[in-house]
Design a protein around this ligand. Structure first.
Ligand SMILES: *Cc1c(COP(=O)(O)O)cnc(C)c1O
Length: 497
């Protein structure tokens, strides 16, 4: 299977090349030329498999230039019991007879990014080998909080790679910041920027698009790649858990084989829900894909009206990993529904020059039956956390709460009783102050990070993940903050180090 660029100008490449390059040379995103099909027979076969076996099966349909052994070895290095504190890797939690949370945060950094970023380094090093690359691959990451740490953990001390992460200095939670500033590993670097996530992402994209920079880096034996969800190697592991959660629902007799389900996904860069869309296109029985946003609700408007308009106030919310106004992966959806890279080039050009674009009605109509979208403001997000706690004695994080709040509104509005899987994207322990405030605890602002974790453990009656409790005694290694226009210079200094 070959991969093509959404902008239509770059040549076709193998999966290994697509993963190694991260972004296509024409600025577009790589997508498979056609999607493999998933039959109910395939689902039946996978029902009795472990998560890792399911992953090998699904990935091998996409990474056709990898051998089955290569894929198996990557998967088994990624999803281990040492790194994931659940044997199921992505277990379902039954809230009630209609709604299930798919817990995607049992990995080493307590957010769903681990699902892809534990696997990507192995896919990437395999790709480097397969394409005969001899340079060091430098991974550049812009993060809204969770990707950065997950990428650092995934790539730390992986041979043949270096990694540098930029995060908005004031735009992530204190725990998230600590996680990154204390990162271990000999090949890592972390830098805050004065700006928001979109500034960080734009800065990284500019470096990727800078031929002069690439040349200089190559002279020093370094080639750049991306671990953001623009890299196909980030997306493909995410397709697995949608199919796997469906298999689990069948396995535990919660649904009949072939029964349609809904997925609700708390969305920022549109990577996670796009993976659900690809699973649907392969043949997974899906009724609705529900795109849940926080008050940065650019996608809600897009799905309601066909207009994508980033010219709006940027809000820093309690679900910071969704504080995004430019959802990069939407480009892949646009390409899929339009099928015409000239359209995509036009939309993306309008987005960068006018800050907005509107897709023609016939394109909107293609997805209006499948997608629906809504958002929760801060108050509704907090109310959702309290509501889930009161009804189910379950503590969810702020991002998952956005999805739960949107699902509740959706179910009330439509009366849809279809079985629904809500993507639960982070552990509540990553955002203890916001969660405790939502649970009406008193004097939360006065609690230090680790007091807040202890208080939350009392409420949730569960253990603090060790990855977070051990931050208490970890040394800060990276406390630099730079201006957004100085990012390239920082990267070059790291290359030369
Ligand atoms: C990244 C992230 C999201 C958003 O996922 P996208 O793929 O960017 O849409 C939601 N929740 C959490 C906790 C995240 O880390």
């Amino acid at each position: 299977m070959e991969y093509i660029s959404t902008r239509g100008i770059a040549p076709k490449v193998s999966a290994a090349m697509a993963i190694k390059e991260g972004i296509a040379p024409d600025g577009g995103l790589y997508v498979p030329e056609s999607l493999p099909t998933l039959t109910l027979g395939d689902i039946t076969v996978m029902t009795d498999m472990s998560y890792n076996e399911r992953a090998v099966r699904i990935l091998s349909r996409f990474l056709t230039d990898f051998t089955e052994d290569e894929i198996e070895s990557c998967v088994n290095l990624a999803y281990t019991r040492e790194k994931f504190d659940s044997a199921n890797v992505a277990p379902l939690y039954e809230l009630n007879d209609k709604a299930y949370l798919c817990e995607l945060w049992h990995g080493p950094t307590c957010a769903f990014k681990d699902m892809a970023l534990q696997l990507l380094p192995h896919l990437l090093t395999t790709s480097i080998r397969k394409t005969g690359e001899d340079k060091t691959v430098l991974i550049l990451v812009a993060t809204s909080g969770d990707t950065g740490k997950a990428a650092l953990e995934g790539f730390k001390d992986v041979n043949g790679t270096k990694i540098m992460v930029f995060y908005p200095s004031e735009g992530v939670s204190h725990i998230q910041k600590l996680q990154m500033m204390t990162q271990a590993g000999g090949n890592v670097n972390v830098c805050g920027i004065e700006g928001n996530f979109d500034d960080a992402q734009t800065g990284v994209k500019t470096i990727f698009g800078d031929a002069e920079f690439a040349k200089k880096a190559a002279e020093k034996g370094v080639v750049l790649s991306s671990a953001n969800s623009i890299n196909w190697g980030r997306l493909v592991p995410q397709i697995v858990y949608y199919i796997s959660s469906y298999c689990d629902l069948v396995k535990y007799n919660k649904i009949a084989l072939g029964e349609l389900v809904n997925f609700v996904v708390p969305t920022g860069n549109f990577g996670n829900i796009l993976a659900a869309y690809y699973a649907y296109k392969m043949g997974l029985p899906v009724n609705k894909l529900i795109c849940a946003s926080n008050i940065n609700n650019v996608l809600t408007e897009f799905f309601d009206t066909g207009r994508y308009n980033k010219k709006r106030t940027f809000h820093a919310t309690m679900s910071p990993s969704m504080d995004i106004l430019i959802s990069s992966n939407l480009e892949r959806l646009l390409f899929d529904i339009s099928g015409d890279s000239a359209d995509v080039r036009e939309f993306m050009k309008k987005l960068s020059t006018d800050g907005e674009y509107t897709i023609p009605q016939e394109l909107s109509e293609k997805i209006s039956g499948l997608f629906c979208a809504d958002y929760c403001d801060e108050q509704e997000t907090a109310a959702a956390i309290a509501d889930i706690y009161e009804n189910y004695s379950y503590v969810c994080d702020t991002h998952t709460a956005v999805a739960c709040g949107v699902y509740k509104k959706y179910a009330e509005k439509t009366g849809d009783a279809t079985k629904t899987v809500i993507a639960s994207t982070a552990s509540p322990y990553k955002f203890p102050h916001s969660v405790l405030t939502a649970l009406n605890c008193e004097n939360v602002a006065e609690l230090g990070d680790f007091e807040a974790l202890d208080t939350l453990a009392g409420k949730a009656m569960s253990d603090i993940p060790t990855a977070l409790s051990k931050l208490k005694n970890a040394d800060v290694r990276f406390d630099a903050v730079c201006k957004k226009q100085d990012m390239a210079q920082q990267v070059m200094a790291f290359i030369e180090k």
